[in-house]
Design a protein around this ligand. Structure first.
Ligand SMILES: *[C@@H]1O[C@H](CO)[C@@H](O)[C@H](O)[C@H]1NC(C)=O
Length: 299
């Protein structure tokens, strides 16, 4: 195994440039790298914890035959290396690891969550790409993205899910990713507040209520656990929007006990993301009312 050689050195830039200061609405490359580091910390801890929790024999017994465990160790090594790479690049501007709570309690639920996190990682890097100003950092981020995509395919195949379910991956915005990651973050060191970070916000949590295999045309339930989503002005309609690279696919919602029912549209497959929106014209931080919820679709 190789040691990490940082391709970017942001320390000098962080020290010299006034643009790295946290600004309302400000998206800087240093902020984006800290956003990437926030997600890599989470993945790194998740894999280290999983490898500490469950043995090779546990995975084999749960149906994940060798060399699955060795490959998990390689994925864990990759995530640790991504963390050290970004930390070295950011130097004193780097955010620290937080405390996390993962819902997985056995090898099967661990691999299922690994699959979800891997997919979110791909969508996070993809969604961030267009905001990166420096082309050199874009290549660095791309070289992490392609590896995250390989992890995701491998884990999906191990779950008998299609390793490459559609021709395009779905880009997620900073806030959409943060919403998904925030549900695993218990607390972060207060020193992180002093680091240059994107002005992230988490949308209200949206959960998939439907169990089992889901296909286009199926009716599924989206739950708003612990809150009732009311249109801001009392009359704005609520829609659901599936996020795709070619733009959102809007579907109408029916209000049900605890949430909403929607029909899964055509044109989405694999790990998909659906948000509730207040309009049918665009999906952005102003129009997202809740979510994303993650829906695994196997057409
Ligand atoms: C590791 O085990 C603990 C205790 O059962 C559990 O709370 C935690 O979620 C597990 N971590 C992972 C990543 O599965």
């Amino acid at each position: 195994m190789k040691s990490a050689i940082p391709l970017v050195t942001l320390a000098a830039i962080a020290a010299a440039s006034p643009v790295i200061k946290r600004q309302p609405g400000g998206v800087t490359d240093v902020g984006i790298l800290n956003y990437a580091l926030t997600f890599e910390h989470l993945e790194d801890k998740f894999y280290r914890e999983g490898l500490a929790n469950y043995t090779q024999a546990d995975f084999v017994q749960a149906g994940f035959a060798d060399p699955f465990y060795d490959n998990l160790k390689e994925i864990s090594y990759d995530e640790t290396t991504h963390v050290s790479f970004l930390r070295t690049a950011l130097s004193s501007a780097a955010v620290a690891e937080c405390t996390y709570s993962f819902p997985s309690t056995d090898p099967a639920s661990f691999v299922a969550l690994a699959s979800v996190l891997g997919g979110v990682g791909v969508s996070a890097y993809l969604g961030a790409a267009a905001s990166i100003a420096n082309k050199g950092y874009l290549t660095d981020a791309g070289s992490i993205l392609t590896v995250e995509a390989r992890h995701s395919s491998y884990i999906r195949a191990s779950l008998d899910e299609s390793p490459f379910p559609q021709p395009f991956d779905d880009p997620l915005t900073f806030d959409e990713v943060y919403t998904l990651a925030a549900s695993f973050i218990v607390s972060c060191p207060s020193s992180n507040n002093d680091k240059p970070q994107l002005p992230l916000k988490a949308f209200p949590f949206l959960a998939l209520g439907t169990k089992g295999s889901i296909k286009s045309g199926d009716t599924i339930t989206l739950l708003t656990p612990g809150y009732i989503l009311l249109p801001k002005d009392g009359k704005t309609p609520i829609y659901a929007a599936f996020i795709t690279v070619t733009g959102p696919i809007y579907v109408d919602v029916t209000t049900v006990q605890g949430g909403f029912e929607i029909e899964v549209p055509a044109g989405v497959n694999g790990q998909s993301y659906v948000v509730l929106t207040t309009c049918k014209e665009k999906v952005n931080d102003e129009t997202v009312a809740a979510g994303p919820a993650i829906v695994e679709i196997s057409n």
